[in-house]
Design a binder for this molecule. Structure first.
Ligand SMILES: Nc1ncnc2c1ncn2[C@@H]1O[C@H](COP(=O)(O)OP(=O)(O)OP(=O)(O)O)[C@@H](O)[C@H]1O
Ligand SMILES: [Mg+2]
Length: 424
């Protein structure tokens, strides 16, 4: 790959200016991280800077790209999925830099994100019906756009899956709301415009040397890198991941950690121009912000569904459940039309008994959820009391009848943070 200028020139004119500019530190470190994917057995990753026009997104891409090549290294999202497959294969073990997600066909975006992250192209057959070799790649993608993945996919009425969101992680281009754009530290320049302009010109003159130096350092490190990485990852997970972290939290932490680790590896070998510690601190801080935007550790979909279930009970507790006393006598003065079941005040709070079919119908009308999944979740969280693992209902012996019902305990109304607990 063609390089221009020395490593020292790149550090003086690009790397040093990234110091204190968290997005640039992240972008350059992400570029280095792509060289670690294969030796450290890490999955492909994607980072997407989202922000309004003229916030410095493309400038950050130039800076990241300069680890590998000139400004021509940038590729547009505006391409067919087949075209991007070729581009991805050609960038294996390197950074893929894609500008302007808005130009990608929104109908194809979701599948393309999966394709880039999963690291292999489509299976095709040759004219003689033999299977062609499938292209494969290890890449990290750095992307920009004025919209995030979810918004762009929604234009084609497509719903973003959680799996897609973690394969192309959206990060606001502006590190803080009050900033005018992506750059935070002026390094003696008079304006962000001047600094951005300088970086654009510098990355046209100095590029490629950091990648070369990083690869040389990796060769010196040899096979130990894998072990070094794993030990550091485990330590960092123990320090920074909340106890209720679930699979996707671990994966996203792993991505940010790989980026931070790559930055530290480069810094220690004099390849970046910013102090030791800054890469990892920046990456971990970004993970923490990602977690906050998601609403904390744990399964957000589950939290949302259970929140809806709680609202359902709050709304209908007086209108669709008949009050019964300890002798199971109905104590409501008026008989409730279309009642779903009964409620009983106990020392443990209100218990709700719902007729399964009536409950299912009512829920279906009001909550966009799979009722079985919702009930299983409630059971896993010990909100729905069940007979055993194979049943969601319980046999209830009322004074005048014995019947199978869905029994919700008082936690279904709880305003406390039971939804924060990890499922048992
Ligand atoms: N804090 C800031 N950081 C970076 N750029 C800024 C900042 N404040 C203002 N700018 C302006 O934004 C310009 C960055 O241009 P760049 O092409 O990188 O933006 P962009 O976010 O890619 O825009 P677009 O979405 O239109 O492509 C700079 O030339 C500068 O004038
Ligand atoms: Mg741009």
């Amino acid at each position: 790959m063609k390089t221009n200028g020395t490593l020292d020139e790149w550090i003086q004119n690009v790397g040093k200016l990234a110091q204190g500019n968290s997005r640039l530190v992240l972008a350059i470190s992400a570029a280095f991280a792509t060289l670690l994917l294969k030796p450290c057995k890490r999955e492909n990753f994607g980072i997407h800077f989202v922000g309004g026009s003229s916030e410095g997104k493309t400038t950050a891409l130039y800076v990241a790209a300069s680890v590998f090549g000139s400004r021509q290294y940038l590729k547009p999202w505006r391409s067919t999925d087949n075209g991007l497959e070729l581009v991805a294969a050609a960038h294996s073990d390197m950074l893929l830099v894609l500008d302007e997600i808005g130009q990608m066909d929104s109908r194809k975006l979701g599948d393309t994100v999966y394709m880039l992250a999963n690291g292999s192209g489509k299976i095709r057959s040759t004219a003689s019906c033999e299977m062609r070799r499938v292209a494969t790649w290890h890449i990290g993608t750095l992307s920009t756009g004025e919209v995030d993945l979810e918004t762009h996919m929604a234009e084609a009425n497509k719903k973003m899956m959680a799996g897609q969101a973690i394969r192309l992680l959206s990060i606001p281009a502006k590190p803080a709301l009050e900033n005018s754009g992506l750059l935070e530290k002026l390094h003696g320049f008079n304006s962000y415009n001047e600094l951005a302009q300088y970086l654009k010109e510098a990355t046209e003159k100095y590029f490629g040397a950091p990648m070369k130096a990083f690869v040389e350092a990796l060769i010196v490190e040899g096979k130990q890198i894998d072990n070094l990485f794993r030990v550091a990852l485990e330590e960092s997970q123990a320090k920074h991941l909340p106890v209720n972290a679930i699979g996707q939290d671990f994966r996203v932490f792993g991505i940010f950690f790989t980026i931070g680790f790559a930055g530290e590896f480069a810094t220690k070998r004099g390849i970046t121009g910013w102090p030791a510690g800054e890469s990892l601190e920046t990456a971990v801080a970004e993970f923490t912000r990602w977690l906050q935007r998601k609403g904390g550790a744990g399964n957000q979909e589950e939290k949302k569904q259970l929140e809806l279930l709680r609202c359902f009970f709050q709304k209908h507790q007086h209108s669709k459940f008949l009050s019964i006393n300890e002798y199971d006598d109905v104590t409501d003065s008026k008989i409730v039309n279309e009642s779903i079941g009964y409620k009983k005040e106990t020392s443990m709070g209100t218990i709700f008994y719902a007729y399964p079919e009536r409950f299912r119908e009512a829920i279906k009308r009001e909550i966009p959820a799979n009722v079985d999944d919702l009930l299983k979740m409630a059971a896993d969280l010990n909100i729905l009391e069940r007979k055993d693992k194979n049943h969601l209902t319980k046999i209830v012996r009322f004074k005048t009848k014995v019947t199978r019902m869905l029994v919700f305990n008082s936690r279904v109304l709880a305003d406390d943070d039971f939804l924060e607990e990890p499922p048992k």
